[in-house]
Design a protein around this ligand. Structure first.
Ligand SMILES: [Zn+2]
Ligand SMILES: [Zn+2]
Length: 168
């Protein structure tokens, strides 16, 4: 068994449309490589820091990711046999000589571990639908707009006109 502990730069596009690990930022791999009958079993974890946007208020969200990794890399002849046995070729990771290409496995581990809809806080109230103010900001604590039913607004105008008349 071999242990691999290494910090690598994050590959491009490691994430979703709303959150991801920035390209080139540190990814810590902590992996065990074990020779088994069919090939090499890679297990362990990958850690990194994802940066995204709150889906409610667009504020930056930083999320630590710690994703478990487990993947079997099979010897090419085993892979061929497995495909003949009807296994899905796409799902088989083949060893390339003695090399293990970890990147796709890291991707498969990290992306599903990211929050599907990141939020800056679980009770983020989002943005004001009328003016776009960020409602979680302290200065917007009692933010509101006077909402008038259009029919009442109409009456208000009549009242204004009457008031004007009264004054004159
Ligand atoms: Zn938010
Ligand atoms: Zn507003």
């Amino acid at each position: 068994m071999r242990e691999v502990r290494r910090t690598v730069p994050a590959p491009e596009d490691l994430g979703t449309a709303v959150i991801g690990v920035p390209t080139g930022s540190d990814l810590e791999l902590d992996l065990r490589l074990e020779a088994v009958m069919e090939g090499i079993l890679v297990s362990g974890s990958v850690r990194g820091r994802a940066v995204g946007e709150c889906v409610r208020c667009l504020e930056e969200v930083v999320e630590d990711v710690d994703a478990p990794v487990q993947e079997l890399y099979v010897y090419p002849e085993r892979a061929r046999a497995a495909v003949e046995d009807g296994d899905d070729e796409e799902e088989i990771r083949e060893l390339d000589g003695d090399l293990v290409d970890v990147e796709p496995v890291v991707r498969d581990a990290v992306v599903p571990a990211l929050p599907f809809r990141p939020v800056c806080s679980p009770d983020c109230p989002g943005l004001c639908p009328q003016c776009g103010a960020r409602l979680a900001d302290p200065e917007n604590a009692d933010h509101s707009h006077e909402v008038l039913d259009p029919r009442w607004a109409e009456l208000d105008r009549i009242k204004d006109v009457l008031d004007d008349r009264k004054e004159s």
